[in-house]
Design a protein around this ligand. Sequence first.
Ligand SMILES: O=c1ccn([C@H]2C[C@H](O)[C@@H](COP(=O)(O)OP(=O)(O)OP(=O)(O)O)O2)c(=O)[nH]1
Length: 144
Amino acid sequence: MLRVKLLDPSALPPIVAHPGEDLGYDVFGLDSVMLASRQTVRLRTGIAVEARHPQTGAPLGLLVRDRSSMAARGLACTGGVIDAGYRGEILIVMTNLGDAPIELKAGEKIAQMVPVPVLTGAVEQVENLEDSARAEKGFGSSGR
Ligand SMILES: O=c1ccn([C@H]2C[C@H](O)[C@@H](COP(=O)(O)OP(=O)(O)OP(=O)(O)O)O2)c(=O)[nH]1
């Protein structure tokens, strides 16, 4: 469940194209913007949100991810961690990775927000960690 507060008269609430199947809510950009090659901008959405688990009502965070159609145009979202308690305007951090400028129109779907549970807890400093099969091995240790 996503509760949405519109912060601007021309803001649009996020939508789900295929409810029950899609992972993310599509988010609309508020303004028309011209992104120069390699430029990174914070795009306004004009919305604030409160995401909750549909069954339990537990607060949920949101991860902003690319829409594949935007990524295919060379536009990449970075940042993107929306904390469960954040009530400010959702901003989409976007970079034009291409060599040519790209125009985004007001009211265009610019990103998607994927709900995620809050699993952070207290941080405990310890001397020893529980044994595991992997232990300290990494970076290709399991072979190709
Ligand atoms: O792409 C993003 C990333 C973050 N936020 C908002 C929601 C998030 O809850 C808040 C803080 O983000 P984050 O924790 O990533 O930023 P920080 O640089 O660590 O700042 P802070 O010290 O406020 O946590 O900013 C956005 O609107 N868009």
